[in-house]
Ligand binder design. Structure first.
Ligand code: ADP
Ligand code: MG
Length: 422
């Protein structure tokens, strides 16, 4: 089959490369792709924007594409799935109504409350005055969230009253319309990505991301600085609870609303000090960089599973099979990220490190005159899969040490939350 991957990040490179490992996949197209997908064997970049639905439809028809896998949330929330399904195209990724679970935090909260899904206590506000009063009444720490898509910049975890009130000012000034204010939770954050065909749901191995730029989880939030999977913070028993208390009830609530959801349901969870899972948010797509750690662990051919989701026959497939061991992904970024940074730096060393078990997933890169140059804030994700977490992390950092570009930065402590617990 021929598959189209929509998007241009590290997640999409990981999707394309994993799809190409399925025997049934002869070719993958990426719109627009990046420097990594440009060099992938049997993969071709087509320079179309992710919201150019007509252009994408034309490409699908021209190349007789059998399956479309949508990476980012933006085209999903704009309705790319609804648009392509009109033409009987197999699409992995929820329709516009389903994508609301990520695009509107207040909508997602309402769904969680209706389904009895464990989450932080919260209130939604449409006017500043009531929001301010609620903060004064509840006290701090407290969390303020923009209702709409904000590319990871819509959440303020406020430790002081000033920060919380400033957050309210900022979000209302940006015209989000609605703001969700919620109880501050403590514990360990994990990401559980699950695949659904709208009828049943199957979770992938649990992962842990590292959101903050600085070591020890300090500093500004980023798109993600590294991930590993599976995380021992979620054992089999907890994983069952997450399925029964969160994933299945969420699917049921979506069904109740008449939503035909075929794609990834990503649950961002806090595991409280008592060991209970609580939902921080849902995303409607694969996580980045969790995908770069989770997919290399998957033994089952990915293309078959995603096509089964798109065709609503996930129940016919045997359970997913996984490799033994662990995978770790260390993200290398441009100096200055997540604030301002430069592009266009030549990257060296990538080909030398791609050995057994190590894969370099490109994010913000492009191919220029046979050289790979930086083209974004998050530049590369270096993934290593090995027999155990300790060996995987060691090899991942050995590979990272051989890759060079001017002003590069990466965290040296990916996996620190479990490092001393294993
Ligand atoms: N209720 C909460 N308590 C503590 N921290 C939170 C809470 N909600 C969110 N956070 C922190 O803020 C980050 C971003 O929040 P999230 O809801 O995932 O929004 P988004 O990913 O859209 O920015 C989370 O990864 C988590 O670290
Ligand atoms: Mg999040």
């Amino acid at each position: 089959m021929k598959v189209l991957v929509v998007g241009s990040g590290g997640r999409e490179h990981a999707l394309a490369s994993q799809l190409l490992q399925s025997d049934t996949v002869e070719k993958v197209f990426c719109t627009p792709g990046n420097g990594g997908t440009a060099r992938l064997k049997n993969c071709e970049n087509v320079s179309l924007l992710v919201d150019d639905f007509e252009g994408i439809l034309k490409l699908i028809k021209e190349k007789a594409i059998d399956l479309v896998v949508v990476g980012p949330e933006l085209p999903l929330s704009l309705g790319i799935t609804d648009y392509l399904q009109e033409y009987q195209i197999n699409v992995f990724g929820p329709n516009k109504a389903g994508a609301t679970i990520e695009a509107s935090k207040s909508w997602a909260k309402d769904l969680m409350i209706a389904g009895g899904i464990p989450t932080a206590k919260s209130e939604t506000f449409t006017d500043k005055e009531s929001a301010r009063n609620y903060i004064l009444q509840e006290g701090v720490p407290i969390v303020v969230k923009a209702d709409g898509l904000a590319a990871g910049k819509g959440v303020i975890v406020a430790m002081t009253q000033e920060e919380a009130l400033e957050g309210i000012e900022e979000l209302f000034a940006q015209n989000f319309g609605k703001v969700v204010i919620e109880e501050f939770l403590t514990g360990q954050e994990v990401s559980v990505l699950a695949l659904t065909d709208g009828k049943i749901i199957r979770s992938l191995i649990p992962a842990q991301d590292h959101k903050q730029i600085g070591e020890g989880d300090t500093g500004a939030n980023t798109g993600g600085m590294g991930a590993y999977a599976p995380t021992p913070l979620v054992n089999d028993e907890l994983s069952d609870r997450i399925t029964k208390e969160i994933l299945e009830p969420t699917l049921k609530e979506l069904q109740k609303r008449g939503i035909d959801y075929r794609g990834v349901l990503y649950a961002g969870l806090m595991i409280t000090p008592e060991g209970d899972p609580k939902t921080l948010e849902f995303n409607c797509r694969f996580g980045d960089p969790e995908t770069q750690a989770v997919l290399p662990m998957l033994k089952t051919p990915l293309a078959e599973v995603l096509l089964a989701c798109a065709q609503q026959r996930l129940a016919d497939l045997p359970p997913l099979e996984w490799h033994e061991g662990s995978a770790v992904c260390v993200v290398m970024v441009a100096g200055g990220y997540p604030s301002s940074y430069e592009k266009g730096k030549v990257i060296t060393g990538i080909d030398q490190v791609q050995t057994e078990g190590v894969t370099v997933f490109h994010a913000g890169t492009k191919l220029l005159n046979q050289e790979i140059i930086t083209d974004g804030g998050r530049v590369l994700g270096v993934t290593c899969r090995d027999a155990d977490f300790q060996s995987a992390i060691k090899s991942a950092y050995e590979a990272v040490a051989k890759i060079k570009f001017e002003d590069m930065y990466y965290r040296r402590d990916i996996g620190h939350r479990i490092m001393n617990k294993l």
